[in-house]
Design a protein around this ligand. Structure first.
Ligand SMILES: [Zn+2]
Length: 256
């Protein structure tokens, strides 16, 4: 596979980087990323993931655009209020780069349907806002042997971690948070608030990590850093990280 003159021009600033190059750009065009949640994380992340030329995107969200989303969910505009986020997001990608292959799902994620959404993907980026969904996505990623980037944001704090619990010795997201959050909960930003640009920082950092994970086999952008969670602190501001070790008793990945 090679890039057409139009694609070479479009991605010139990637291709000139020795860490990516033409081979990296061709690799990105052949990747399939599943983006779960098209809110504060998913919306800015999608703009950079699509701009990076990731060839196949599956966009998952069952919400509709609300006026209060517009403070940070940069994909949407006033006319989109009341419309389904997945449909609007697909329309945006198609207008932005018609060469990308976009599939959407506007069903609510459950433990039963999430496996079909992630199977065969190269990477899942989860930016949803509740633990029950996050754990269902993580469990499906381990079962389907798909790496997971998990990103969250609230108030002035963000958190982005890469997980590959299907690999020996590597933690999954459940190793990180445990089993206490499987029930429906109310871990949303509605009560706490959030600085809009914090969502953008966490989202674009997640998009950067997504490109690093997808291109890790080529070597130019380093290791995927499985199990490393980055904490983004917008008040100091500061970026810290720590590493999650695999929990041998993890109900999802403890046996892998
Ligand atoms: Zn685990």
């Amino acid at each position: 596979m090679s890039l057409s003159p139009e694609r070479l021009d479009r991605f010139a600033r990637h291709i000139v980087l020795p860490e990516i190059g033409g081979a990296g750009q061709v690799a990105l065009a052949g990747k399939h990323l599943v983006l779960v949640g098209l809110g504060g994380i998913g919306s800015p992340a999608l703009q950079y993931l699509a701009a990076a030329g990731i060839g196949k995107l599956t966009l998952v969200d069952d919400d509709k655009v609300e006026a209060s989303n517009l403070q940070r969910q940069t994909l949407y505009n006033t006319r989109d209020i009341g419309h389904g986020k997945a449909v609007v997001a697909k329309r945006w990608v198609t207008g932005f780069d018609p060469a990308l292959d976009v599939t959407i799902s506007d069903r609510r994620i459950t433990a039963e349907n999430v496996g079909d959404l992630v199977t065969g993907a190269d990477l899942v980026l989860d930016g949803t806002d509740n633990f029950a969904t996050r754990l269902a996505v993580s469990d499906a990623c381990v079962a389907e042997r798909v790496p997971l980037l998990s990103a969250a944001v609230g108030r002035f704090q963000g958190q982005v971690g890469a997980f590959a619990g299907h690999l020996p010795g590597e933690a999954c997201y459940r190793c990180f948070v445990g089993d206490a959050f499987d029930a429906e909960d109310c871990d949303t930003c509605a009560e706490d608030g959030m600085l809009g640009a914090m969502a953008g920082w966490a989202a674009t950092f997640a998009a950067l990590q997504a490109v690093r994970v997808l291109l890790a086999p080529l070597g130019g952008l380093g290791e995927p850093q499985w199990g490393t969670v980055f904490l983004l602190d917008g008040l100091r501001p500061e970026l810290r990280n720590f590493r999650i070790t695999k929990d041998p008793a993890c109900s999802t990945c403890g046996h892998s």
